[in-house]
Design a binder for this molecule. Structure first.
Ligand SMILES: NC(=O)C1=CN([C@@H]2O[C@H](COP(=O)(O)OP(=O)(O)OC[C@H]3O[C@@H](n4cnc5c(N)ncnc54)[C@H](O)[C@@H]3O)[C@@H](O)[C@H]2O)C=CC1
Ligand SMILES: CC(=O)[C@H](N)C(=O)O
Length: 373
């Protein structure tokens, strides 16, 4: 009964203060229910060994993809290893599993997700679970479930437990009728993929929960992200990661986009820095809750030219994937991120030359040349 009393007190408090001066909130019905699992866990609740006022307690969903492990490393360095819990529905490799707290979490399992947030006293949530553009078009029902129903679960739990919530959006949240060169934060958004539609939905729902229920929702539209030590998860910009691995392994790369397809791109360190910076920014600095962030734009042929400065014998051919090409042709070519730079001091560190040099420093460009000679 204690939990039910706590919850009803929370609900009544919520009804009186909406957190943003707007009309008193009518809480969504499902918050009234109490998960039977939560009652058990609360009954056996122990005092925690860390000070909650020192650091956020972080949960990352979908953390075993291209970006999540890097995000966990950055946040653990900032907030302490045991304050950052990585989660996913896949089994983590040993080097991830033994490098900090990991928990199985399916964002479609609302009750279990709620239990994780309560049991681990989560205060910040980074919601990375998603099906990306190309893989989403290949499985629309699953993409709709994960990217939309999963998001709804996250929003309700974040609002119920007053979490600070980060949800990434994407250049894919724009479509062929958006201004493409360059694309501002606020303009028409009619994406033509389930991925883009779900991300516009995430932006709109996150901002609605912010203004209606006071949820501290923050969102960045990421460009195509490039990383050396993690594989992309099935997007349209994946070619820009694959070229490095193929150049080193065989000196040959077959690109699945046309040579002149210009897209906004970013090195992972800039992406993760921006994500932490916007989450640590004082709320008063945020004139918006969804921001574009930008570093560079390039085409496959421009990237290939830069790669050849490190592996001159690289041979690039083009075998265009019509589905990915249609998606890329509907996306921004350049991103206007002036609001992020003005509001919370965003600036990128890696341009194309630094990106390529850094990738080869990590992956080692001499290994293949050595094999040839
Ligand atoms: N990598 C990129 O270039 C960009 C990524 N983003 C966004 O950043 C976030 C992370 O991206 P990536 O790491 O590249 O994605 P990814 O596709 O590499 O990883 C997504 C993760 O979500 C997990 N997942 C799938 N269904 C799930 C479920 N039901 N419950 C829990 N987890 C589930 C998968 O197991 C996977 O590990 C995504 O929301 C994506 O839309 C946005 C723009 C660019
Ligand atoms: C840009 C993205 O959101 C992602 N890399 C994709 O290509 O789907």
């Amino acid at each position: 009964m204690a939990v039910a009393k706590n919850l009803s007190r929370t609900v009544s408090q919520l009804l009186q203060t909406s957190g943003c001066g707007c009309q008193a909130s009518i809480v969504p019905v499902r918050w009234i229910g109490v998960s039977p699992r939560q009652v058990t866990s609360d009954v056996s609740f122990h005092s925690v060994s860390f000070s909650e006022t020192d650091h956020p307690r972080v949960l990352i969903t979908g953390g075993l993809g291209q970006l999540g492990v890097g995000l966990a490393k950055l946040l653990r360095k900032r907030f302490g290893k045991n304050n950052v819990i990585l989660s996913d529905i896949r089994k983590p490799p040993d080097h991830v599993f033994y490098n900090g707290p990991f928990i199985y979490s399916d964002i479609l399992d609302y009750k279990n997700l709620r239990e994780i947030v309560v049991n681990n006293r989560i205060t910040w949530l980074f919601h990375y679970s998603a099906l990306l553009s190309a893989i989403g078009e290949a499985n629309v029902p699953l993409a709709r479930a994960v990217n939309i129903t999963g998001l709804h679960n996250i929003l309700d739990i974040a609002a119920e437990h007053s979490l600070r919530l980060f949800v990434p959006s994407t250049i894919g949240a724009f479509g062929p009728t958006s201004p493409r060169n360059s694309t501002p934060d606020l303009c028409i958004q009619r994406p033509r993929t389930i991925y883009g539609v779900s991300k516009v939905h995430a932006e709109l729902m996150g901002e609605y929960y912010h203004y209606r229920y006071g949820l501290d929702f923050r969102c960045l539209r990421y460009p195509g992200i490039i990383s050396a030590d993690s594989q992309p998860g099935g997007g349209t910009t994946d070619y820009a990661v694959q070229i490095f691995h193929d150049a080193i392994k065989s000196g040959k790369f077959q690109c699945n986009l046309k040579p002149d397809t210009c897209l906004p791109m970013m090195y992972i360190d800039d992406c993760l820095k921006a994500t932490l910076d916007v989450m640590e920014a004082p709320a008063a600095a945020l004139s918006m809750r969804t921001y574009n962030i930008n570093a560079m734009s390039f085409s496959p042929e421009e990237l290939a030219q830069e790669v050849k400065k490190h592996i001159p014998e690289l041979q690039v051919t083009y075998n265009v994937d019509a589905a990915r090409q249609a998606i890329a042709d509907s996306w921004p070519m350049n991103f206007d991120d002036s609001n992020a730079r003005r509001d919370w001091g965003w600036k990128h560190d890696f341009d194309l030359s630094e990106l390529v040099t850094t990738m080869f420093n990590i992956l080692g460009s001499d290994s293949r040349v050595a094999q040839i000679n």
